[in-house]
Unconditional design. Structure first.
Length: 114
């Protein structure tokens, strides 16, 4: 149990409060600090930045992750993904994995600079 104050159901974990704001499409002239604000010519066909399967219900997955983890947790998450994609690139998806590592590195640099 996450919260010992609430004892209505001892088997059910208490949900942590997380506010997630829906993302809006960006244009080349828009500057937003959100990771999902990467300006991509065709996000639905780009397997690295903003693929369709990570944008459901008006919320981009990376924005939900950032909101759930907080600033420090998000930096750690990005660091882990940089390591993962850098580690496996020769054995799985080649240059595409290096591009993914770069996206996470860019997000990490942005988060660390804030």
């Amino acid at each position: 149990m996450f919260n010992n104050e609430s004892k209505t159901d001892s088997n059910a974990p208490t949900a942590l409060p997380v506010e997630i704001a829906p993302t809006t499409p960006t244009t080349a002239s828009t500057q937003v600090s959100s990771p999902s604000a990467q300006n991509v010519a065709s996000p639905s066909t780009d397997p690295v930045q903003r693929p369709d399967h990570y944008r459901q219900g008006g919320i981009e997955c990376i924005d939900a992750i950032r909101a759930a983890l907080g600033a420090e947790g998000f930096k750690d998450y990005c660091t882990g993904n940089v390591l993962k994609y850098s580690w496996r690139w020769r054995f799985k998806n080649g240059v595409q994995d290096l591009e993914k590592a770069k996206v996470y590195l860019d997000w990490l640099i942005e988060a660390a600079s804030a």
